[in-house]
Design a binder for this molecule. Structure first.
Ligand code: AMP
Length: 192
């Protein structure tokens, strides 16, 4: 079994592709954004805190997000392989993830980084806003901020996995099925 980081800017298709990969490889999908949204819906204290950052397109602080990730991973001792979607988004988060998995006797097998250029991301997020009901997709200024935060704070995470020889870049433009096939090919090459 393998643990995968599915990486890429907002609108790259991480959620869509993750739901396909979980089925084929029997992985557990862990999206920090989904967990935050669940907490917002249920009006928890964590939800209220997360919302104050998400509505502005900013990252939720590392200490809160790392604690959340630890508790989500610990909730599932039976899981043999995770697909991390939207985590890690900073280098400290990437280091924390390595530590959490080491304690569990496992590690990240590969990082799949979906590459999509900025204009295409903005188009996709504008379309997604119609169905997603996500306030952070509906406001162009927030979308712009999320892309800017990705470039400044999250893109360096790629170097973290590059240094470990685990980063694989995947063209994230094209038919959804075609992109899924590209991801399958990269995973199969690693798991053999
Ligand atoms: P996502 O669903 O992955 O697009 O995440 C939506 C929003 O949730 C982001 O714009 C951040 O505000 C917050 N978020 C999700 N994951 C993280 C993370 N790993 N670190 C910090 N903030 C996060």
């Amino acid at each position: 079994m393998i643990n995968i980081v599915l990486f890429g800017p907002p609108g790259a298709g991480k959620g869509t592709q993750a739901s396909r990969l979980v089925k084929k490889y029997n992985l557990f999908h862990l999206s920090t954004g989904d967990v935050f949204r669940f907490n917002i819906k249920n009006e928890t204290d964590l939800g209220k805190l997360a919302r104050s950052y998400m509505d502005k397109g900013q990252l939720v602080p590392d200490d809160v997000t790392i604690q959340l990730l630890i508790s989500e991973v610990e909730k599932h001792p039976e899981v043999e392989g995770f697909i991390f979607d939207g985590f890690p988004r900073t280098q400290p988060q990437a280091k924390a993830l390595d530590e959490i998995l080491t304690q569990r006797g496992t590690s990240i097998g590969m990082m799949l980084a979906l590459e999509v250029e900025e204009e295409e991301l903005k188009k996709r997020l504008t379309l997604r806003a119609i169905d997603s009901g996500r306030p952070d997709d509906a406001d162009p200024a927030v979308v712009q901020k999320r892309i800017q935060v990705y470039n400044s704070e999250t893109a360096p995470v790629l170097d973290f996995y590059r240094a470990q020889g685990k980063a694989v870049l995947v063209n994230g433009v094209g038919e959804i099925d075609t992109i899924t096939d590209r991801l399958y090919a990269e995973i199969d090459a690693v798991i053999g």
